[in-house]
Ligand binder design. Sequence first.
Ligand code: NAD
Ligand code: UGA
Length: 463
Amino acid sequence: MSPSTFQKNILCIGAGYVGGPTMAMIAAKCPQYKITVVDINPDRIAAWQTDHLPIYEPGLLEIVKQARGRNLFFSTEINRHIQEADIIFVSVNTPTKTFGEGAGKTADLQYWEKTARDILKASDSDKIIVEKSTLPVRTAAALERILHSNEKGIHFDIISNPEFLAEGTAVNDLLSPDRVLIGSRETEHGLKARQEIVDIYANWVPRERIITSNIWSSELSKLVANAFLAQRISSINSISALCEKTEASVGEVAYAIGQDSRIGSKFLNASVGFGGSCFKKDILNLVYIAESYGLFEVAEYWEQVVRMNEYQEHRFVRTMIAALFNTVSTKRIALFGFAFKADTGDTREAPAIYITRKLVEERAQVVISDPQAIANAKNDLADILSEVSFQQDPYLAAREAHAIAVLTEWNLYKTLDYRRIFQSMLKPAFIFDGRNILDRELLYKIGFNVYSIGRPPLTHFQD
Ligand code: NAD
Ligand code: UGA
């Protein structure tokens, strides 16, 4: 299809973990639309044009390659592309505010507002603006006010279309989503704009999985989905602490409750804690919104999900230190995994960051190993780089170590030769499985003292 015959010009502002993969999927599935992704970060844009994409996501390069140069383009020319676009997805970052009113809780909307003002300035025709970023409920009202302050007579329709993809499985989540949510004003204009966005997804998503709603429900549903997911993890993690005291096994408890179809079996893996760029930020955002409406009990209820996660991370380090005879000073400790989950190089809010810092405070010699996240780990630990070391090869990381802590559930760590690793470590050798992915009985037989989440430890010591 030649550029002039594209049915629509779709623009996405923000070429990150959401903007890049989402637009690549739309472009791959809809050759009739021209999709352009812009960003203020020229390095990111340059990387999207190579085979070394700026994010690690299994299967993504193949999808990008299907469409790149055909109907998928990456650019830093934001204003020109705003002008040309019929539909603009906004997928900029909305981190937690670190200053002023609401610091530490509410969303920092500076990137969002800057984008709104860029759109206002560069537009000279009517457009549909789609909120793809995760935003506080009622942000669309603020956006409408900014955009309709124009004196050019241009009409903007605002749509909320939050993204539910998870990192590591983004391609499959986009290819076959549980649902796509599209919220709009329920006016004649709003409903028409909503339909245009439905029509995009209907190119590959079954119609019954495309849910439509009023705009506020859509904005709020995104925050609530993440809050409920994180709540499940905090719930099972709270029970893991109880299991460690009572000889119950958290895996068995999770399986038993998960067989109840009302509870369901997914997202019940006890762990060292949830990380990722969104769970904590979105819950704190929800907490702030509830507080701002005077709903303090609602705010406290959800804040506890984050507190429980912090407790789980702290508890993990305390267990390590106590097991290692109450001192880790000068001891080599190998961390297996730094990413916040497997199959991503992303380390945002990874439990490994807190755990490394705590161990370094205790003067341990921390060696970090991860198949994809070492570059990001170096950024996260920039202020203490001289106090940690990095070793891609887990066998070398564990050599002469007192302990290993598994912090990310990479498949790689399930298949290592732990007999060989044990032989190369100092004795007594310890392993702390923060993801419950290893065969603890086998490790114990090899000679390790094994600490799992939600199980009493297996040690070779007599009381
Ligand atoms: P990200 O930081 O990876 O990407 C955001 C991009 O926006 C960056 O590349 C940044 O340079 C760019 N940007 C910022 N201001 C800009 C501006 N004024 N003009 C042009 N570009 C600008 O963030 P992300 O992980 O893709 O998240 C984006 C949004 O999606 C957030 O609101 C997040 O909560 C939400 N979300 C993220 C995920 C996820 O898995 N990461 C999943 C669902 C929803
Ligand atoms: C999460 C949601 O799953 C997505 O639906 C959402 O779109 C996204 O946040 C977002 O808004 O950013 P993501 O953070 O990429 O996706 O990854 P998850 O698979 O949800 O894992 C989050 C954290 O919880 C990870 O640290 C993971 O290891 C941990 N986790 C997950 C557990 O500890 N136990 C579990 O059973 C599941």
